[in-house]
Design a protein around this ligand. Structure first.
Ligand code: AMP
Length: 469
């Protein structure tokens, strides 16, 4: 069914067209009529399913025109990046309307946000902390609120916002429509849902335990001391557009970024200790292609949407199996394909098992052919300079890396994501003791299938013998 049949007004259909969307995604098909009808909704959907448009479009339709009397819609988001991204989505979809949206989050001054609120806005998209500040100083009042949207509730609670979230819900008028989105809905989240919603419709899309079908993924076992070398080797051997590297800690993210820069990659870093302007610069630079690699922590990268992320590398295995799905969800978004590699160390058998149990499939364990497994780690890059035979990136890459700007992700092989892609240099790792049964091929979209980083087109691998047996 096309967007035009969903009951959205022409201005929004034009907004959708301007975004280049052709058909609604499953969650949009199911949620838009419910929201247009004024009903409450619990949506459990992975990021990358199109859930922002699933709520933003019908909400804009319900608002109709700008009214200066104070916000009629409040959207709560767990992170600044998500809040900013959702505000952009509202502005994009509503570009042919006069509806006003304002983002409210910490890390920046109060002045501009305060004056936008005071000028009269229709939609406030906020993180809980800064919103509470504005509510307490009474700059912002919720008397006129008609629709409350709680997005990424599981992450909001993980981040310790439960009290603030409940307080904010209690400050909203009782007569309202409430939309509730959470990747998973375990009992403690059900409790918040019961508190916030009335007779909600439930929509479950692409259950959060599954890995997006367009993503191929694999584990790469390695000793702790060789993790960084393997990361560099994977990047060198992979024809990536843009790569998101996950670190468990902020300190780790900084360290990885420093070392990757020393190996001539253009690198951005995203974590909570960075200033708001640094975070915006990192994200914008990554989207525009200025940075080919972004190193991030889970919380900072939650839900961020960059169209061209072709690869995700988990430098550290995620702390929770659920984060595995979320991290991998950063690539292969909306019809594009992507690869995801996870570096694992011998003591992480339990974490590996938990992830496989959670997603309900075995993840292949691969070895990078030619990588000197077991060799002493090479000297720390960035601190002592590159080792003489280190496979240096050719001049001109790194800081001047060129790739299509935001939105320009290109499938790396004509076969596309669902087909088998043979790798000339990957060999399956024999199953580790106690974990038997790994198939020889990497998992693809929950069904098994082929996986390989597309080989580098440039010939510089052949310049050294580092990867050769
Ligand atoms: P979300 O799950 O809302 O973060 O959306 C993930 C990505 O899918 C974003 O880049 C959206 O712009 C894109 N997207 C959402 N809906 C559609 C659609 N109907 N057709 C194509 N792309 C879409």
């Amino acid at each position: 069914m096309p967007f035009s049949k969903l009951g959205l007004p022409p201005a929004l259909i034009n907004g959708v067209k301007a975004m280049g969307y052709v058909d609604p995604t499953p969650i949009q098909l199911r949620a838009i009529p419910v929201v247009l009808g004024g009903g409450d909704l619990i949506g459990s959907a992975q990021t990358g399913t199109g859930k922002t448009a699933a709520f933003a479009l019908p909400v804009l339709a319900r608002l109709g025109k700008h009214e200066p009397r104070g916000p009629r819609v409040l959207v709560l988001e767990p992170t600044r990046e998500l809040a900013a991204q959702v505000e952009t989505a509202f502005r994009d979809f509503g570009r042919f309307t006069d509806i006003r949206a304002t983002v409210v989050h910490g890390g920046v001054g109060y002045g501009r946000q305060r004056s936008e609120i005071q000028a009269g806005t229709d939609i406030v998209i906020a993180t809980p902390g800064r919103l509470m500040d504005f509510l307490q100083e009474r700059t912002l009042r919720l008397d006129n609120l008609k629709i409350l949207i709680l997005d990424e509730v599981d992450r909001m609670l993980d981040m310790g916002f439960v009290k603030d979230v409940k307080k904010i819900i209690a400050m909203c008028p009782k007569e309202r429509q409430t939309l509730f989105f959470s990747a998973t809905v375990p009992p403690e989240i059900e409790e918040v849902a019961r508190f916030a919603l009335r007779n909600p419709a439930r929509i479950e899309i692409g259950v959060a335990r599954t890995v997006n079908k367009s993503v191929t993924h694999a584990f790469y076992p390695v000793n702790v001391g060789q993790k960084f070398d393997l990361l560099v080797a994977l990047l060198e051997k992979t024809d990536f557009n843009s790569c998101l590297v996950f670190s468990r800690t902020k300190h780790g993210a900084d360290k990885i970024a420093r070392k990757l820069k020393a190996a001539n990659h253009s690198v951005a870093v995203l974590h909570a200790n960075r200033s708001q302007s640094q975070r915006v610069e990192a994200l914008e630079g990554f989207k525009s292609g200025k940075y080919e690699v972004m190193v991030a922590t889970d919380i900072a990268a939650r839900g961020i949407d960059v169209a061209g992320v072709s690869h995700v590398i988990n430098y550290d295995i995620p702390a929770n199996p659920e984060d595995y799905v979320h991290r991998i969800g950063r690539t292969g978004r909306a019809a594009a394909v992507g690869d995801a590699f996870t570096l694992t160390t011998p003591e992480q058998a339990a974490e590996i098992r938990d992830i496989e149990r959670f997603i309900g499939q075995k993840v292949p364990q691969l070895k990078l052919e030619g990588f000197p497994y077991g060799a002493a780690p090479r000297p720390a890059l960035g601190f002592q300079g590159a080792a003489p035979n280190y496979p240096q990136r050719p001049p001109g890459r790194g800081g001047q890396h060129q790739r299509p700007a935001h939105g320009g992700h290109q499938p790396r092989s004509p076969q596309g994501g669902g087909q088998q892609r043979q790798s000339p240099y990957q060999v399956p790792e024999p199953p580790a003791a106690g974990q038997g049964g790994h198939g020889p091929r990497p998992a693809q979209g929950g069904q098994g299938g082929a996986h390989s980083p597309a080989p580098k087109k440039s010939g510089f691998l052949s310049r050294g013998n580092w990867f050769r047996r």
